[in-house]
Design a protein around this ligand. Structure first.
Ligand code: GCO
Length: 463
């Protein structure tokens, strides 16, 4: 049982993303995405897997909604696969793609679960990548047209829209270090990609306001507090640099209408930008990017501890040996969620915040009765929810929390080796099985949800 008392009406949810759970990669007109291409490229995915089937959510979505109903969550954060809606990225709309999400939204609403929609969670149509991807400005225009197509169809029922999930991952992981699709290693392109993603966000906000009047519109950022490994001037400056590239490069344009000067200077010094005037920024761009939004989504997992390399550039320290870490190697640092929420509120004053992702990868075996005692995941969630409650008590306008994730799923370049699910997925049989953390989370959200007294027949078999 959780000891937390979050405000009445606090929105409890679970989160997933299209590419990580849907499967159905070649069904009903879906086009290829950059992640289909990346996963099919030898050596890119640690376990050599792909997401052609994933959790088969494309066919099992009704069953998965029953899992959410049993949990009692008030909202479900999912993403829409752009290649299902516009298989070639732009132009002809695929009606079967819109129909599938239409049914998903209606069934969620019938179950008393709010659809909390992310338009882009990294699965760019491959044809747009072939034409330059996020490195070219035209992709921003294509995104706005995609947002228009989706919100014209769903805008009457979806009341919570997120344009993008983690622009930093799209730009840095996808274009600077190549750890994610499209796998480029081009810092200059990474800066253009970040700008065009943010620009597309601003353009989409306007479209969403028109097609979904009264809905909440926001964006989701991955944020982490950055601590210097020592109090040396070099390490403190390394922490400033890391905070600039991870956090402020996105927060400043969105909430202040400008890129952070010190971070631009860092980029010029590194040779990633020619001069303080970023050539890909045109007049009016930053005004568009800073279009007012209703909420900021914060994805939080851990903190970064950095020290200065001989060049002065930041390098990330592994967690100290005595620190608890998850299967991802990330330090368990719940205080960092509090620090992040307070800092964002103090420095950027978003109207509202949701924790849109928080969770832990652990692998715990089932016992002879099939029970999965994932106490470490419970402890992780419990400690972070406590910090969320503390932040609210200190004035943070936190309105909801989404556990990552409902299901074990395709963890990007890690494949299926890292498991974040409240429900275990057996990828051979597609059986979903609630971990202890699912039973625990059900109790956490219980006071705020009108949940069926009894688990649905499906769950009765499993629990
Ligand atoms: C992210 C993405 C998720 C990940 C999750 C665990 O933050 O990287 O939003 O898709 O799967 O965070 O790494």
């Amino acid at each position: 049982m959780s000891r937390h008392s979050l405000p009445e009406g606090f929105l409890w949810g679970v989160a997933t993303s299209a590419f990580q759970i849907e499967g159905g990669a070649h069904e009903d007109g879906r086009g290829e995405s950059i992640w289909d291409r990346f996963a099919a490229t030898p050596g890119r995915i640690a376990d050599g897997s792909n997401a052609v089937v994933a959790c088969d959510h494309y066919h099992r979505w009704r069953e998965d909604i029953e899992l959410m109903r049993w949990l009692g969550v008030g909202a479900y954060r999912f993403s829409i696969a752009w290649p299902r809606i516009l298989p070639r990225g732009r132009g002809r709309i695929n009606p079967a793609g819109l129909d599938w999400y239409d049914a998903l939204v209606d069934t969620l609403l019938e179950a008393g679960i709010l659809p909390f929609v992310t338009l882009y969670h990294w699965d760019l149509p491959q044809e747009l990548q072939d034409a330059g991807g996020w490195g070219v400005r035209e992709t921003a225009d294509a995104f706005v047209a995609y947002a228009d197509a989706v919100s014209r169809r769903l805008g009457d029922r979806v009341r919570h829209w997120t344009t993008h999930n983690e622009p930093w991952c799209v730009a840095f992981q996808g274009h600077e270090v190549g750890a994610q699709a499209p796998g480029h290693r081009d810092p200059a392109e990474s800066l253009r990609a970040a700008h065009h993603v943010l620009l597309s966000h601003g353009g989409a906000v306007e479209v969403l306001r028109r097609n979904s009047p009264g809905a909440e519109v926001g964006i989701v950022l991955i944020l982490a507090p950055v601590s210097p490994a020592t109090e040396s001037a070099a390490d403190r400056d390394a922490a400033r640099q890391a905070d600039g590239s991870l956090n402020r490069w996105y927060l400043d344009p969105l909430f202040r209408g400008r890129y952070p000067e010190d971070a631009i200077e860092d980029r010029v010094r590194l040779g990633h930008a020619q001069g303080p005037a970023l050539p890909f920024v045109r007049d009016g761009d930053l005004r568009t990017i800073a279009t007012p939004i209703d909420f900021l989504g914060v994805n939080y997992y851990s903190r970064n501890v950095v020290r200065a390399a001989p060049s002065g550039a930041p390098t990330v320290d592994p967690p100290a040996p005595e620190r608890e870490r998850t299967d991802m190697g990330w330090e368990v640092y719940p205080r960092g969620l509090y620090d992040t929420l307070v800092r964002v509120t103090r420095d950027y004053a978003p109207a509202k915040i949701y924790v849109t992702e928080n969770g832990a990868a652990y692998t715990d075996a089932a016992d002879a009765e099939g029970r999965i005692a994932d106490q470490r995941r419970i402890d992780y969630l419990d400690a972070h929810i406590a910090q969320a409650g503390r932040a609210i008590a200190d004035g943070v306008p936190l309105a909801g929390y989404f556990a990552w994730s409902l299901l074990d799923n395709f963890e990007w370049a890690h494949g299926y080796a890292k498991r974040f699910g409240l429900f275990e997925v057996d990828f051979e049989t597609q059986r979903r099985r609630p971990r202890d953390s699912a039973h625990w989370y059900r109790q956490v959200v219980a006071p705020n949800s009108a949940r069926d007294a009894e688990p649905q027949p499906l769950l009765r078999r499993m629990t």
